[in-house]
Design a protein around this ligand. Structure first.
Ligand code: 13P
Ligand code: ZN
Length: 269
């Protein structure tokens, strides 16, 4: 059977990046069993031949109407599929879906009828939001980074911007590469429309949001950059925990040092 990636260099490159990030998520211990999911808006790579492809599944409801997604195409990790398997075989552990005219349902078009992630309501709501604000962001990553999730078990870190300021102050690059910080979504049922709605609300101010006691959700231009934002935040969490394990509360960079840094890198205050 011919893969949708065949003779489509641009699309194949995006899926290669998804596979590479999936292997990082597994290596970092953030992707136990089927944990985490990735979706990428691939509509820019869709040609006439793809447009003519027939559905290989029934029509599935999204659970929400998302008007900006009309005729959009997404690569989605499959539900219950493992990141470590997706890293080697992205088109067997994920699929390409097309949003149909009612903007409230989708069909699978390639390569195999692999049912998309259970977090599809959140991923698609986010892509709909990104298109509504003309954002260049195309990829979203949900994963379970150990140290960041551990921090979300403490109420203090769930207060607005408390975790962001602490994480930024651990090492200068964190603010440079995750300038908006970490938004917080209070615990909600995985896979629910309520979680999707709470996520898009937070994403108007942040690129990465914490799902309390569950994981994080990040958006960026491509999957590699979404991963990088989570990686720098989790690195800071590791430094904080290492200091605590040595028996002291880390000082963190001073307000002066943070200000100097923000100015030099042209970051928001
Ligand atoms: P899926 O296997 O359905 O993608 O679910 C994994 C997950 O992390 C749910 O939050
Ligand atoms: Zn999850």
């Amino acid at each position: 059977m011919k893969s949708i990636l065949e003779n489509r260099e641009g699309l194949a490159r995006e899926i290669d990046k998804v596979a590479e990030v999936a292997s990082y998520l597994w290596q970092k211990g953030w992707a136990e069993r089927n944990g985490g999911n990735i979706t990428v808006n691939i509509t820019e790579y869709v040609d006439d031949e793809i447009r003519k492809m027939h559905a290989i599944s029934e029509v599935f409801p999204i659970g929400k109407r998302l008007p900006f997604l009309k005729d959009c195409y997404f690569y989605c990790k499959g539900t219950n599929m493992r990141m470590r398997d997706l890293a080697r075989h992205p088109m067997e552990n994920g699929s390409v879906i097309k949003i149909i005219d009612d903007c409230a349902s989708y069909v699978i078009i390639a390569d195999n009828p692999v049912r998309p992630t259970s977090e599809l309501p959140s991923h698609l709501s986010v892509h709909n939001y990104l298109l509504s604000i003309n954002s260049p962001y195309k990829a979203s990553v949900h994963t379970h980074p150990i140290e960041l999730v551990a921090m979300s078990h403490n109420k203090r870190f769930l207060e607005k911007d408390v975790a962001s300021h602490l994480l930024w102050s651990m090492i200068p690059e964190t603010k440079a590469f995750c300038p908006k910080g970490l938004g917080i979504v209070p615990y909600l049922l995985p896979g629910s429309v309520e979680l999707a709605d709470a996520t898009i609300k937070e994403l108007s101010d942040y690129d990465v949001v914490m799902w309390e006691k569950h994981g994080v959700f990040a958006v960026d231009s491509d999957v590699m950059q979404a991963f990088d934002q989570i990686d720098v935040l989790n690195k800071s969490a590791l430094i904080y925990i290492a200091a605590k394990n040595m028996g002291f509360e880390p000082d963190g960079m001073s307000d002066e040092q943070m200000k100097e840094m923000s100015l030099a890198f042209n970051l928001p205050k």
